[in-house]
Design a protein around this ligand. Structure first.
Ligand code: AVJ
Length: 332
């Protein structure tokens, strides 16, 4: 493309219309401005998240990895050695390796990771594509659409009565508020077959200081991860955010046991977003709320699943950091 090409046309082809829609909606709302956390994960954001998962302050991913590697055999045995594994928000799939390997020791496994991030699916295929006895078919879609595709596509080759295992790991469920979490689990249950299993990973409640440290690490990786959302708007929607004029902020709402991440405007300013034809005003200290990360009590997780119609099967807990893996089944 020549340098003189009209930038708007270039962006019209490049911009994801759903991203444009989400940004326009979230930044023009009256009251609290918001941006949904699902848009963190472009190529840069996915790489920054990977860096977060190895920070000493962020124990979540390590705790889940340890739990899955210790309990993998137990989990696949309890879920009838599934030959079909579907994963929501697979990310790079690193922590899923243990489960796939454990199941693939008994039989060949179809693995269907679902993610809206093409970047995440690419690295998932790279990391897990070589697991023995596992055939991987990535699905680039939202969760619900992805499950429908996965279940419809697998029906033909699934022996009647053979349960699938649906994975929703990493405490992504924490991004929903409590009522949304229940209705989301009910919606995914409706789309699965009787006898199918759900393995749900959830970060547990822990002391405020430990949580704030995990979401506002001293090296500033989480700050970069949060600010990248503005950089992404600049890149993909021709935005004019000055990143130095916004600050990363992590808050803990103890009553709701939830971490909130915000981007706080350091001064009064107006920001133009060319591809949206919008100018967004910010007051001094006004924030964009970019993520909620709810924390659970172990029995809270089982109760949430049961309220959504799932049957509780079993729970595995890592108690050093505080993380739970809970297995549910859809009634036969
Ligand atoms: C991927 C949603 C589980 O909430 O801990 C990490 C994302 N945000 N650091 C989380 C995240 C800031 C993460 N989840």
């Amino acid at each position: 493309m020549s340098a003189s090409a009209a930038p708007v046309l270039y962006n019209a082809a490049r911009a994801n219309p759903e991203f444009a829609h989400a940004v326009a909606g979230g930044l023009t709302r009256r009251g609290q401005k918001t941006l949904p956390p699902s848009w963190f994960y472009d190529e840069v954001g996915s790489a920054l998240f990977e860096a977060i998962t190895v920070l000493p302050e962020y124990g979540l991913t390590r705790a889940e990895g340890a739990l899955l590697s210790n309990a993998a055999d137990d989990i696949v045995r309890t879920s009838s050695h599934p030959g079909l594994v579907i994963e929501l928000g697979s990310g790079t799939g690193t922590k899923t390796r243990h489960l796939l390997a454990a199941s693939a020791r008994y039989r060949s496994v179809d693995y269907l990771p679902i993610d809206i991030s093409a970047a995440a699916l690419d690295s998932c295929v790279k990391i897990l594509g070589t697991t023995d006895n596992v055939s991987i078919q990535p699905i680039e879609a939202t969760y619900i659409d992805g499950i429908e595709t996965a279940v419809a596509g697998s029906k033909a080759n699934r022996t009647a009565g053979e349960p699938a295992l649906l994975l929703f790991l990493g405490s992504t469920i924490g991004n929903f508020d409590r009522t949304q979490a229940t209705s989301f689990l009910a919606r995914i249950r409706k789309r699965m077959q009787p006898g199918d299993y759900l393995l749900l990973g959830a970060d547990l409640v822990k002391p405020r200081a430990k949580l704030l440290n995990a979401y506002d690490d001293p090296t500033g990786v989480t700050a970069a991860f949060n600010l990248n959302l503005l950089a992404r708007i600049n890149r993909e929607l021709d935005g004019h955010f000055e990143l130095s004029q916004f600050a990363h902020e992590a808050r803990y709402d103890e009553r709701r046991s939830r971490i909130e991440m915000h981007l706080r405007s350091r001064r009064a300013q107006k920001v133009r977003i060319d591809a949206l034809g919008l100018t967004i005003p910010f007051a001094t200290s006004e924030t964009i709320w970019t993520e909620s990360s709810h924390k659970f009590r172990a029995d809270d997780v089982s109760r949430t699943g049961c309220r959504a119609g799932w049957l509780f099967v079993r729970q595995w807990v890592e108690s050093e950091w505080g993380f739970a893996e809970t297995l549910f089944q859809k009634a036969k």
